[in-house]
Design a protein around this ligand. Structure first.
Ligand code: B1M
Length: 233
């Protein structure tokens, strides 16, 4: 029996369990992540704390070794699957706030890009804050966004991109809204690891959101602004 098999997650203290979960995420062990999340919740951890300290931090470590050529796509895919196993448990808990309806957001990862963990997190947190979320998934051409915005009568368009090669596509979507004369109908929020505020400005988005919590706060602020100007007008 290896050392790894000897570890009983429930016997670890919070700090060691969190570190072990980073290792388990790194190793793509979905069952262990599932168990670890349940243990931390059982110990009274807030779902958001489990998400950020056990899962997102673990994924950050995976990202560093992916960048440095220590991990490769298959391993990172397994880590992503393990992360999703944990997120599946947290999703209903994060969405359980019972907050009043704040507005409706259509969100999707842009064309050419299949990264969806961050986008999914944003969707979960937005639902938790009382927004209705329509998730278009990954690899979305401009038509998908336009169709959904109209069909859903959305207030907010959220776009995610994780690659420097796909982030310029956000401008394609925003420019198309401008051409159609509908840009001012929507608050456009963008996010993803390679983006920053200057980029968001340059493509004509309303705001850049560094993470899911910032996305929620930004969406609330913009919805309040819109409601304010609607009342004034
Ligand atoms: Co990819 N990948 N990947 N990858 N991958 C990155 C992005 C990379 C930075 C890794 C690296 O080199 N360090 C690098 C991009 C480099 C660059 O563009 N300069 C990279 C690469 C190169 C690639 C491939 C090209 C690799 C290859 O095939 N050779 C390929 C591309 C495929 C494609 O999309 N066409 C690829 C594939 C993959 C996997 C499939 C293996 C897997 C994705 C699995 C999945 O998502 N289902 C994967 C992963 C997991 C990563 C890393 C390791 C982790 C991304 C992640 O999930 N982070 C990533 C490294 C990194 O980002 N450090 C990497 C956790 C997540 C919670 O954070 O997504 O940043 P994040 O989301 C945050 C915020 O950014 C923000 O809020 C979120 C929550 O707090 N946010 C938003 C995100 N979207 C938002 C939208 C909003 C608001 C906020 O709207 C309102």
């Amino acid at each position: 029996m290896s050392d790894e098999e000897d570890i009983v997650l429930s016997e670890l203290n919070d700090e060691d369990l969190t570190l072990q979960m980073h290792d388990d995420l790194y190793d793509g062990l979905a069952d262990e992540i599932h168990e670890g999340v349940n243990i931390l919740l059982g110990r009274g951890w807030e779902p958001y704390k489990v998400l950020t300290e056990a899962l997102v931090e673990g994924m950050r470590i995976v990202g560093i070794d992916f960048r440095d050529g220590i991990l490769f796509v298959p391993e990172v895919l397994m880590a992503a699957n393990a992360m999703k196993a944990g997120m599946a448990i947290l999703k209903p808990l994060l969405a359980e706030s019972g907050a009043p309806q704040m507005g409706k957001m259509v969100i999707g990862t842009v064309k050419g890009d299949i990264h969806d963990i961050g986008k999914n997190l944003v969707g979960m947190m937005m639902e938790g804050a009382g927004f209705e979320v329509v998730d278009l998934g990954i690899n979305n051409p401009v038509e998908n966004y336009l169709e959904a915005l109209e069909k859903e009568n959305a207030d907010i368009l959220g776009m995610s991109a994780l690659l420097t090669t796909t982030m310029p596509y956000m401008k394609v979507v925003i420019d198309t809204l401008i051409e159609q004369g509908t840009r001012s109908e929507f608050v456009v929020l963008v996010g993803g690891a390679p983006l920053n505020e200057a980029f968001a400005d340059s493509v004509g988005a309303d705001a850049y959101c560094r993470d899911a919590a910032v996305a929620v706060e930004t969406a609330k602020t913009w919805m309040a602004k819109r409601q304010g100007s609607a009342l004034a007008g």
